[in-house]
Design a protein around this ligand. Structure first.
Ligand SMILES: Nc1ncnc2c1ncn2[C@@H]1O[C@H](COP(=O)(O)OP(=O)(O)OP(=O)(O)O)[C@@H](O)[C@H]1O
Ligand SMILES: [Mg+2]
Length: 340
């Protein structure tokens, strides 16, 4: 077998769940052919994908004795910048806003999605980056679940587009919605840096980043790697949520990221039949918290079945909801635009 014949064969080996071959992706570092023995070195990062490729290649070349080895890729040039003088990996965006919270499940992704669309409805060019690499929910909310990663001719990742915004998520790099995402945090961070640098966002007025829950590595990295115009903090009214959110507020203050304001989500429940208001999770704690930390209060969004159903079925409430539902997100978007 000649090197060219081997390359032609390897051109049929696709990277798991992508429509690109390992040749297209330039993952082959070296090949040696010695009679019936073939040595192939792949230059890549993801060890799970490597084991998959290793066995695929061995199957493909089963008439030979094949050794496939891994040459680990240098981590994507992550020079952890300081938050005092962050790197500017998203210079194509005029404003980068992180939607965050100390706590899980309070509605960060729902707010990010509808806020992004509300900004686009105002005529801005908007990109939404799903930074929740372990629980990427944005594709479902934007109804782009079935999409796969696509590349431009100049080898940039093409963002998905729907409802007038561009978006990118680890969710569209997996074969199905229940593929487990077990990544070491360094790999997760590399993926996010790639989303910042290698996606063809073109020019953006706003890049919205939907953060994972907590105050950890991803939040810190984003504050170091992009010049954040500010953070929008989402909370629910109950005390445990406020406690976590207070820690997030302190963290962003600590690392010099301006806080654009606090949103109280699931503020109250309106009974659909009687229209009575039930303050299930307590009253007024969101506003009190914003006063205490001297940060703007951006608004309350009630707990509504329409919001839950719309989000879960890929029909964002700011597009499909009634005027009052749309209004919650539009008002918040307007306040944010005004704050600059
Ligand atoms: N105002 C609301 N009324 C009703 N349901 C809501 C509201 N906001 C969010 N939800 C629902 O609550 C659930 C959690 O919301 P979401 O996924 O946005 O939270 P999250 O903070 O991003 O969670 P995670 O921390 O897991 O990323 C979703 O099913 C969503 O549809
Ligand atoms: Mg989320």
């Amino acid at each position: 077998m000649t090197k060219q014949q081997l390359t032609d064969l390897l051109n049929s080996v696709k990277y798991p769940n992508l429509d690109k071959s390992i040749v297209d992706l330039k993952l082959i570092d070296d090949v040696k052919i010695d009679g019936k023995r073939i040595f192939i070195t792949l230059h890549m990062q993801n060890e799970e994908a490597f084991s998959y490729l290793q066995s695929t290649i061995k199957d493909l070349l089963k008439d030979f004795t094949v050794e496939v080895s891994l040459k680990a890729l240098q981590k994507k040039d992550i020079k952890y910048g300081s938050t005092q003088k962050p790197n500017n990996r998203a210079s194509y965006a005029k404003k980068v806003i992180a939607v965050t919270s100390g706590k899980g499940g309070v509605g960060k992704s729902t707010v990010s999605t509808n806020l992004s669309i509300a900004l686009a409805q105002e005529g801005f060019k908007v990109g939404l980056l799903d930074a929740d690499v372990y629980g990427p929910d944005i594709p479902r909310m934007l109804n782009v679940v079935g999409e796969k990663l696509r590349w431009s001719s100049d080898d940039k990742i093409l963002p998905t587009e729907n409802y007038g915004i561009k978006s990118i998520s680890v969710g569209i790099t997996t074969p199905s919605h229940d593929t487990p995402l077990v990544w070491r945090s360094s790999v997760a961070i590399s993926a996010l840096i790639q989303f910042l640098e290698d996606v063809k966002w073109k020019e953006l007025d706003f890049l919205i980043i939907d953060m994972p829950p907590g105050t950890g590595d991803v939040q810190l990295t984003m504050a170091q790697e992009v010049n954040l115009a500010g953070a929008v903090i989402v909370t629910t009214p109950q005390q445990v949520s406020i406690d976590d959110v207070s820690r997030a507020i302190m963290m962003f203050k600590e690392i010099n990221v301006p806080i654009l304001g606090l949103i109280e989500n699931m503020s109250y429940f309106v009974a659909p039949d009687t229209k009575a208001i039930y303050e299930i999770f307590g009253k007024g704690l969101g506003e009190q918290t914003s006063i205490y930390y001297k940060i703007p209060f951006l608004g309350k969004i009630p707990l509504l079945m329409d919001i839950r159903e719309g989000s879960d079925s890929g029909k964002p409430p700011v597009v499909f909801g009634d005027e009052s539902v749309k209004g919650y997100y539009k008002e918040i978007a307007k306040k944010i635009v005004k704050s600059f």
